[in-house]
Design a protein around this ligand. Structure first.
Ligand code: ARG
Length: 635
């Protein structure tokens, strides 16, 4: 069913006419679109409206309890009569159709259930044909012309700062960013995942200074966790610097000249160390590189625990170490008169350009680059290297900063490029109320979760158990974190704590458990069918609920992915997956109950039918989980 000719042959065998064509239908990706097309074709005969608008007047009702497809009368804008009355009149004119049961009216809606007898024969071969690609859309351009270029998106996310804490904001950016990247991949884009490390700036001066001061090169050995070492070292240095920063602030507050204080102590040493890096002094750069390598090595491994891989660890250093990139941008800003000089600093006064964005500094008083300038230059640098069609920054807060970046790109004469840029933002989860406790390293956050899950698996209530030992605790830890982060829409921090409470309701481990139950039910049946056998099985045992309801829900998966792509809201997928869990659970319970009964030849086909159903349900669940960043446990 994966090509139009084979799909045509398949529907013919089911006794359906040729697949009707509608421009908005994705019949090769979405089996509900196929049903949708048949209904539109069928209904179109009764009304005077163009085919596409008939198609668009039909939608799946929000829950399967209300049916599978639904004609929303007002959308047709038919002349004469009120929609409600019209619905009644049209209802009696609708002829029977092999795909649908008898329609019924619900106010301004005419609702249809798919005919139970056709559901398994239609959906199971369709899903079995696609397996991991079920729900993944081929881009329109690829379908029409396989030669045409795929679109490319750069997704930048996570982006922690060297030696500093991995904050609640970084965590959410990581999990949400991974999801955004997966979604683009699912709809057929090429995706470049970039981690933009905070690897440039005075904090590297301070860290470098500490490394030398404490003779670190001779302190550390093979056993040292180098990343934790530099993290702690940095904290120590910040502590040591604090009195100087306070003295400086006091001086300022009392109207004294604070600059003199900047010429001495750690403050001056830090600045000198960073200046060495900025000036490209070989020793300073070698040290900087070492600190950066330690960081990247740690993160590559630690993101791996989340099954997350970046294509690129870039960072703020990139354009800083490549003066040309910055010079080019600075030259355009200058020639267009976009900034003004104030005490030697370059300042963009956004108010002047009619944007409520305050002022943005692109160059410091001492001539060094700023965060703003680095981000502006990075846009052009990445465009050169990746020629992206779109670039998305998944970053906690920083709205004003990104609006300043995008506006600057526009002011530089590139509104077309600015249009390709998007910032996906979210509110900060305050550390105290967040579930991170006082963990400061990503690895510690993950450890904490895993330890908790190990405890739960060992001692908690029975329903928390999944067979499989330590790998299970690990997977449960990650999944619980992912679901907790993704559940609260794109918004605000959640207050969920790390306790059994965190396991109540709809959680990551629930998804894993359901998946594992399906796997063992499948193993229990022990039937292994070939793909070509699947269309020809006797599915009559699946005509009734709960079986047919699970199938109807599975058929909605591609539509759910499509709509989640438009809103980029993971909650849409989560809600769907938990409905799946509910239906699957009903089926497994029903199966357990009738384990004793049944004899003869119908038993064999019943198990064959169930095994195809379980396998497709498992696959659908798995596809959705993977999009969210949850990897099922496969024993
Ligand atoms: N490293 C920054 C932070 O921790 C986030 C970087 C966001 N990305 C960017 N292109 N500015 O706050």
């Amino acid at each position: 069913t994966t090509s139009l000719p084979s799909l045509q042959a398949f529907v013919a065998e089911l006794g359906l006419g040729p697949v009707p064509f509608f421009a908005s239908a994705d019949v090769l990706t979405d089996p509900m679109d196929l049903c949708h097309s048949y209904l539109a074709e069928h209904f179109q005969r009764l009304v005077e409206a163009d085919p596409e608008s008939v198609y668009k007047a039909i939608q799946p009702p929000s829950t399967i309890q209300d049916g599978d497809l639904d004609i929303v009368l007002p959308r047709l804008k038919l002349p004469g009569g009120r929609p409600k009355e019209l619905a009644g009149e049209l209802l009696i004119q609708i002829q029977p159709h092999a795909l649908f049961g008898v329609p019924f009216q619900d106010g301004i809606h005419i609702r249809f259930f798919l005919s139970p007898k056709i559901i398994p024969r239609l959906f199971l071969p369709y899903i079995s044909d696609r397996k991991p690609t079920y729900g993944i859309e081929k881009p329109r351009s690829l379908r029409d012309d396989p030669e045409s270029r795929r679109k490319k998106v750069v997704v930048e996310f996570s982006s922690p700062n060297i030696a500093q804490d991995f904050t609640a904001g970084h965590l959410r950016s990581t999990i949400l960013g991974a999801f955004v990247a997966n979604m683009y991949e699912a709809v057929g884009w090429d995706v470049v995942r970039i981690n933009f490390l905070g690897d440039w700036g005075k904090h590297l001066g301070l860290l470098g200074l500490g490394w030398q001061k404490y003779d670190s090169a001779h302190k550390v050995d093979d056993q040292t966790n180098l990343f934790r070492y530099i993290h702690d070292l940095y904290n120590k240095m910040e502590e040591e610097l604090r009195p100087e920063l306070e003295a400086r602030k006091n001086a300022r507050d009392t109207g004294q000249d604070a600059t003199i204080l900047e010429l001495e102590g750690l403050f001056a040493e830090r600045d000198a160390t960073f200046k060495g890096m900025e000036d490209g002094e070989p020793g300073a750069i070698a040290l900087w590189k070492k600190l950066r390598d330690i960081t990247v090595e740690y993160y590559v491994e630690t993101y791996g625990r989340l099954n997350l891989k970046f294509d690129e660890y870039s960072g703020e250093s990139e354009v800083s170490l490549n003066p040309e990139a910055v010079v080019e941008v600075a030259a355009i800003l200058e020639s267009r008169g976009i900034y003004e000089e104030q005490d030697g600093a370059w300042v963009i006064d956004y108010e002047k350009y009619g944007t409520k964005l305050d002022k943005g500094i692109v160059r410091g008083r001492n001539g060094s680059t700023t965060y703003l300038l680095r981000d502006i230059a990075t846009v052009f640098d990445r465009l050169k290297r990746h020629s992206f069609d779109k670039m998305i920054y998944v970053v906690c807060e920083q709205d004003v900063h990104f609006r300043q970046v995008f506006r600057a790109v526009e002011l530089m004469g590139h509104p077309d490029i600015a249009d390709k840029l998007e910032h996906i933002t979210f509110a900060k989860a305050s550390r105290r109320s967040s579930h991170l406790g006082d963990a400061q390293l990503l690895g510690d956050i993950l450890d904490q979760r895993e330890d908790f899950m190990r405890e739960v698996v060992g001692t908690g209530p029975d329903e928390y158990h999944i067979e499989g030992g330590d790998a299970v605790a690990k997977a449960m830890g990650v999944s619980s974190l992912v679901v907790q982060e993704l559940r609260s829409k794109k918004g605000h921090g959640n207050n969920t704590d790390l306790s059994l409470l965190a396991l109540e309701g709809e959680t990551g481990p629930d998804l894993l458990r359901c998946h594992a139950r399906l796997c063992s039910a499948l193993a229990g049946i022990g039937v292994n069918l070939k793909l070509e056998e699947i269309p020809h099985i006797d599915y009559s045992s699946l005509w009734a609920p709960p079986w047919c309801d699970l199938l109807r829900l599975m058929a909605r998966y591609p539509g759910i992915i499509k709509s989640a792509f438009h809103t980029m809201d993971p909650a849409t997928i989560l809600t769907y997956l938990f409905q799946m869990v509910e239906e699957i659970t009903s089926c497994l319970e029903e199966a357990e109950e009738d384990e004793s009964g049944g004899e003869g030849s119908s038993v064999g086909s019943k198990y064959a039918a169930r095994s195809v159903l379980y396998d497709s349900a498992r696959q659908t669940l798995e596809n959705g989980m993977k999009l969210l960043g949850i990897t099922p446990i496969i024993n």
